[in-house]
Design a protein around this ligand. Structure first.
Ligand code: GLC
Length: 721
């Protein structure tokens, strides 16, 4: 297709349509009522809507083909629509939420899962996914932490790039490759008070040092699109933020892909008080660098006036339209507007055994064993098992943003245990509801009786999938009084109890941790959650996940994260409540969290020995080898995630007490030892210095290698001038 010629032949309305994305309902042949509704809200006519160049929120190949036919028939140049969807952690076959995938520390597994979901999405007509989300998260009150891979820039960057590779394959040349869209640029994960859509206020230093590297890793991996965030950064909504969209994204990073707004974010600039009206909002977004407008039509409605008034230029419009047409061309849509959409393949691929096996493995490796007094793994010879709690038989464990995923496809813990132990007697009762703040435990005595009679109890607690995700911030992170009462009475009745947690964020488990012999978080594990949980609980799988996000000791510690500053008055022992003194303490809580970043137990114990550095000092440009021996002291094969952190002791700005710089996931047979070797380069030591440059400064560095962010071996080296 001669894109430049097509662009020249198009009218202004056609061009404006190409950079406007609407919901699928605008294209449904038999749905005029809906079209009138939202269309009137967008102040456009049905005819205007049919000029749109892109659509979101449709489901399935059949739907897609019908919409594509309608649009192409009505389009003056019959330009195919670009179909986009939120394929966040699976399309139909769902793997764990990204916060759980962060706990795998496994780039290959993330890439495989992204690839699988791209395949399922592509045969259902999806061309672009609004994923991966690279918002760094430090505040568990924010509902969308579930969509992030966690609190660490390096981990997020590595996994974000793996998502992009999995989706986009070999530069979109593959039949099942779909374009990726990194979001939400920028720092959407740091809203004040953890409240969604709230202002983000931070120094440009903190922004560049901690919050931007994840997005940049995706840009460097060739991501096709980027979505600015709803929030303001430094008082300016990201949608109109020239520092972000022009200076950093286009000029410094050289991103030449499509910038698509979030849903109605153009018009929301009026509510932010940054735009006079919709027309002003369009001008601000376009002049900042936005190309496409999602689910509002301010560009379509006002661009002509703005052009006449000289507030935007035809070059800006043409550049944006060209980016969209070129992506459609590289996806092959002008040759085949249906691309990979195929009902037969859809039926064959969705939930196929191979995909179920992959997402079960992902659920097993995303799970984190937070505590184990020794009750786990349970013996598979048990005769009587009680599966108790509001999530014992709950199918709603696929997560908040599960695209075409369906609760009915999910395997519950009860079903998983019964399938694994066909000869055992497996009794169950919910005990109470999972409602936030529930106090009643209507089935308590029955639950206690089942616990008394059982050889072992699996107690399934947590937060429901719809209590996390967009718009679902929480001010308290504890389990409900009802769930805690159920836990106290059941654990009191049977000490051979393990708690299985379903959660989309770190919860405050301090009270539960005091009484529960074992706690395993499955996060929202997706379609195979129950089978994965059963295999982990009975030892057919060995837990290996490590926390991608800190679990607070109490809500009041939020935001809390491992790579914090030392302050000028650190407490002596952050693990206890410091009684008094002028130091950085709480009067009613320790400084440390309940469970730290990188924490996660296994059915083995691993020992770390012989930490050695290849030199005591390195010069600029040189690299340092760090070696450690890890031994599996357990009786079963297991995977261990070896983590390497550094600390820059003295620098022109205060540096974190620890920063993850590398990790290695190794598998060891029982009794086996292995040497793990990392390489630290000067690039790893660079940071945004006091004078605003990005450089490594000479001086003393500490190296930590271990099983989590607060355990391991330590050594030192110097970076010479
Ligand atoms: C939502 C989300 C964004 C999503 C978009 C399209 O409001 O903020 O993450 O991709 O709308 O569904």
């Amino acid at each position: 297709m001669d894109i430049k010629k097509l662009l020249n032949d198009m009218t202004l309305e056609e061009k404006l349509g190409q950079i406007t994305q609407l919901n699928a309902i605008f294209f449904k042949k038999d749905n005029t009522a809906d079209i009138t509704g939202p269309a009137s809200k967008l102040h456009i006519t049905e005819q205007d809507a049919l000029l749109s160049g892109s659509v979101l929120n449709f489901i399935g190949a059949k739907d897609m083909k019908e919409i594509q036919d309608v649009a192409m028939e009505k389009q003056p140049h019959h330009i195919p629509l670009l179909f986009m969807q939120d394929v966040i952690h699976g399309y139909r076959t769902i793997y764990p939420i990204p916060l759980g995938m962060g706990c795998t520390f496994d780039e290959e597994l993330v890439e495989d899962c992204a690839r699988m979901s791209a395949k399922e999405a592509a045969v259902s007509g999806v061309h672009v996914t609004f994923s991966p989300m690279l918002d760094l998260v430090r505040d568990a009150r924010w509902g969308r932490v579930m969509e992030s891979t966690g609190e660490d820039p390096r981990l997020n960057g590595r996994l974000g790039a793996a998502f992009v590779r999995g989706y986009q394959g070999d530069d979109l040349k593959g039949k099942y490759d779909i374009a990726a869209c990194v979001k939400h640029f920028a720092a959407y994960g740091a809203p004040e008070a953890g409240r969604d859509y709230n202002a983000v206020e931070m120094s440009e230093h903190a922004l560049r040092e901690y919050y931007l590297p994840g997005y940049k890793a995706c840009v460097d991996a060739g991501v096709e699109m980027l979505m600015p965030s709803f929030n303001t950064v430094g008082g300016v909504p990201s949608t109109a933020n020239k520092l972000l969209l022009d200076k950093i994204l286009r000029r410094e990073w050289g991103f030449d892909g499509i910038v698509i707004s979030d849903y109605n974010a153009y018009r929301e600039m009026v509510r932010h008080g940054v735009a006079e009206d919709d027309k002003d909002a369009a001008a601000k977004a376009i002049n900042a660098g936005c190309d496409m407008e999602m689910m509002s039509a301010t560009t379509y409605l006002y661009a002509k006036e703005l052009l006449d008034e000289g507030r935007i230029t035809m070059e800006q419009i043409d550049t944006a339209v060209l980016r969209v047409l070129e992506l459609k061309d590289r996806l092959g849509l002008f040759d085949n507007p249906y691309r990979a959409a195929d009902e037969k393949e859809e039926a064959a691929l969705h939930l196929c055994p191979e995909h179920r096996t992959l997402v079960r493995r992902a659920a097993e490796e995303a799970a984190v064993l937070l505590k184990n007094d020794g009750v786990l793994p349970f013996s598979k010879k048990l005769r009587k098992v009680a599966v108790i709690g509001p999530f014992a038989a709950e199918k709603g464990i696929k997560g908040f943003w599960a695209c075409a995923g369906r609760d009915e496809d999910c395997v519950t813990v009860l079903a998983g245990v019964r399938a694994l132990l066909p000869d055992a007697e497996v009794a169950t009762t919910p005990g109470c509801s999972f409602e936030l703040g529930a106090t009643e435990v209507p089935d308590l005595e029955n639950a206690v009786e089942l616990a008394c009679e059982a050889d072992a109890v699996i107690l399934c607690l947590g937060e429901y999938q719809k209590m996390t995700g967009e718009g679902n911030s929480r001010a308290t992170l504890t389990l409900s009084p009802a769930q805690m009462e159920l836990a106290r009475r059941v654990i009191d009745a049977n000490k051979n109890t393990a708690v299985v947690l379903f959660n989309g964020r770190p919860l405050v488990l301090t009270e539960l941790d005091k009484i529960a012999p074992a706690i395993l978080t499955m996060w929202q594990p997706g379609t195979e959650g129950g089978n994965a949980a059963a295999r982990l609980l009975f030892g057919d799988a060995n837990p290996c996940g490590k926390l991608s996000m800190t679990f607070p000791w109490t809500d009041g510690q939020c935001p809390i994260y491992y790579s914090h500053m030392n302050t000028g008055r650190p407490v002596k022992n952050p693990k206890v409540i410091t009684e008094n003194g002028y130091c950085s303490r709480y009067m009613d809580a320790p400084v440390d969290p309940l469970y730290v970043f990188g924490h996660g137990l296994s059915y083995n114990t691993y020992t770390y020995d012989n930490l050695t550095l290849s030199a005591d000092s390195i010069r600029p440009g040189e690299q340092l080898e760090v070696a450690v021996t890890v031994k599996n002291n357990g009786e079963r094969t297991g995977k261990e995630i070896v983590q390497l952190y550094i600390r820059d002791r003295v620098a022109s700005v205060a540096r974190p007490v620890k920063e993850l710089k590398d990790f290695a996931k190794i598998e060891l047979e029982a009794g086996e030892s292995a040497a793990v070797i990392f390489t630290i380069t000067e690039e790893d030591l660079k940071f945004h210095t006091a004078d605003g440059s990005f450089a490594a400064e000479p001086g003393l560095f500490e190296v930590f290698v271990g099983p989590s962010s607060d355990e391991g071996l330590k050594a030192e080296f110097r970076l010479e001038k």
